[in-house]
Design a protein around this ligand. Sequence first.
Ligand code: GLV
Length: 309
Amino acid sequence: MAIVVVCDFDNLEPWINALKEVDPSVDIIKINEVKDKSSVGFVLAWNYPHGLFRKYPGVKTISSMGAGVDHLVNDPLLPENINIVRIVDPRLSQDMFEFALAVIMNRLRQLTQFRENQMRGIWKKKRYLRISNIRVGIMGTGAIGNHLATKLHNAGFKVAGWGRTAGKPADYKKYHGQEQLPDLLKSSDLLICLLPLTPATKDILNKNNLRMLPRNAWLVNLGRGEHVVDEDLIELLDSEHLDGANLDVFREEPLPEVHPFWKHPKIFITPHLASLPFPESVAPQIIDNYHRTMENKPLLNMVDRQLGY
Ligand code: GLV
């Protein structure tokens, strides 16, 4: 048996090396090198063509290469019996916190604006906001969202989180369920989306919801592009309801050249890198789940395919 890898990255070597380092006895094979499709039991996948796994009748487990599993649960042709597991990694959570902190601090101290002034030879002081001045709302209070909310709370921000269910008590204010979404939105000067993409969260950052944010609020989308209704976001930025948005994820990636987000003065784009899975950091849990699959043991970080995460 082996771990079979299918993904849209150019360079798989770091993954193969990291997995081999953890367990040299496991073969790591690229999907196009598989000779006998029925022998494949465990797959490591990221963005593969839908329907692919109908041709691999022996697959028991597919591990996502990242935290997100929308590329798997959205495959209408993925056989029902296949278990999906995802990556839960403290490094992913910490990197997301570090990225979000950078974005928030840039919002507070407007470093990008000063750089633009510099290019135009302008020396102009401006009042700035402080950590204690803004309320941060976090949509998604799973492993990554909870880490982010806790760290921001500890750094002195006023933080509230919102999730599908109440979950465990936390040091920050928690809202949950559809009825409490307005409570979160109305009290978020800066809203960070870290939700998983599911039928319930698709298009959640639409006009109606974004309008509930206070005037001059800022949006940071670190979840998935499909959470945002692009035209609605542009409308609210143009009507000055929102002051700006940092977007790391998009409906189509790379963001098409003609997309209006590129040139929008209030939109700040990064190419989906807020938090990247590091092969060395996540290889142990992948190897662990491989052995659990082979030994028919309960898997780590199982995804509920009904819920979609
Ligand atoms: C990145 O988007 C991930 O899901 O890990």
